[in-house]
Design a protein around this ligand. Sequence first.
Ligand code: NAD
Length: 540
Amino acid sequence: MGVLSASGARQTISRVLLTVRMSSSSSAPLLLINDPKYSFLKELGLKEENAGVFNGQWAATGPVVESVAPASNSVIAKVQNGTVADWEKAIAATQQAHKQWRTVPAPKRGEIVRQIGDKLRHNLTNLGKLVSLEMGKIQAEGIGEVQEYVDICDFATGLSRSLAGQVLPSERPGHALLEQWNPLGVVGIISAFNFPCAVYGWNNALALVCGNSCIWKPAPTTPLTAIAVTKLVESVLVENNLPGSLCSLVCGEGDVGQALVKDKRVNLVSFTGSTEVGRIVGQQVQGRFGKVLLELGGNNAIIVNDDADLDMVIPAAVFAAVGTAGQRCTTTRRLLVHEKVYDEVVERMTRAYAQFESRIGDPLEANTIIGPLHNQHGVLKYKAAIAEAIASGGKVAYGGKVLERDGNYVLPTIITGLKGDAEVVIRETFAPILYVIKISTLDEAIELNNSVSQGLSSSLFTNNIQNVFKWIGPEGSDCGIVNVNIPTSGAEIGGAFGGEKETGGGRESGSDSWKQYMRRSTCTINHSKQLPLAQGIKFE
Ligand code: NAD
């Protein structure tokens, strides 16, 4: 084990990051792409070294970096990143592609998106394995992520026939008053490491049926997934004689992200990532009066009321707290438990965690249920948070250890004894750490749920109908996702996804989220021979 002091861990984070970055320029002796065990990589069209820029052509001029598997920290393959000059070429081509695409009728655009969904369907397992290898989530979750892209393609295809505006009654005779929805232009998508495929998919499918072109800057540590996805999309565009730059890609670091954020040619910036970066991005895009869609950090709670069915609570809370090794934006980080059932819940949760210890391992192995953290940065943040929790009076009821083996493995952790307003509890630590907090009433629990600055997902376990409607009403949860008797994670694509407060306020995926990808024109059409002016004014 190695629980560092909080300040010690913070200092070490920057040293380790520097080492990781430096080592990324040295040539690795063996690339996983050449190991027959990972033959799916070549089947997806990946090579030992891959251009990380697509603007209709694949060509990059930036530094060559290595993509690393979190399970072993071995190099999978290399990627040549984009530069700001590469960005310039790509955005020009993407804007050009939009001019052609916006004239294609929406149902025909839907047909292209249907074909993208089909292409992904045929590559579901290979792409899911790549997500798993490069991000570190277990294979079922990797495949599930690709399935979300497939599902949103189906959703968007249907939507392409119902992007409806309203026809409203005009107060003037012989006039029609209606809303027309038109494409925005270019949608820039900046994505986080933890959903390297689905987040792009949610944006890409909706943006395309709405008549926009897309340009994607993925997380610097998951470029291979972005390249493989873009190759599949490219093949559909080529088969339909459409410009590849309808879905451009520029892999790179924050400098490419900044070029995207500041570029006036990007009409909508859809940013998924930390609140820290999102706060900067939001202000920058607003500064140029662009549109911005922010999907930022969460600090999600499950409330266990005294009338909850504990046989449902325990598996739900374990799944939501340790799934994806605690690296979902919707991961349960706080368990607010009624004092009457507190001891039983802690005891049963601890037992459940212990049962899963033998199933922490390689995310591509069938038996594995908990994979590694994405990188050493995540491990250091895990250690720092646990040290801080202990220093603040918390007790490690389970876990708290980094596993001594290759890769970035940690034990999922349960911490008790902290107050709901402890500094470490109100912060999002992107690791499998669950703080269990005792509450006396439902009102107190709702207040605690709402007391953090993030507002993504929340759940209440209860069997009381009055509690349910209180929870989803004006005195209830202030989050974008408000669940009852299910965990905080596992949202369906049919609903609008996103959160309030420092989670950014954006909504992606289902319901009427498509409206964020279009501009609304209010049209008044005079079909009479008279010219009645508004407010009865006469210019005679
Ligand atoms: P991050 O903020 O570090 O990076 C996100 C993206 O922003 C990356 O592509 C990164 O290269 C880019 N970036 C960094 N600096 C930039 C800058 N100055 N300008 C423009 N782009 C810049 O986030 P991460 O560590 O990759 O992801 C984890 C975070 O994402 C967590 O906080 C998690 O909660 C959040 N997240 C939220 C949702 C959601 O839907 N709400 C979904 C997934 C992840």
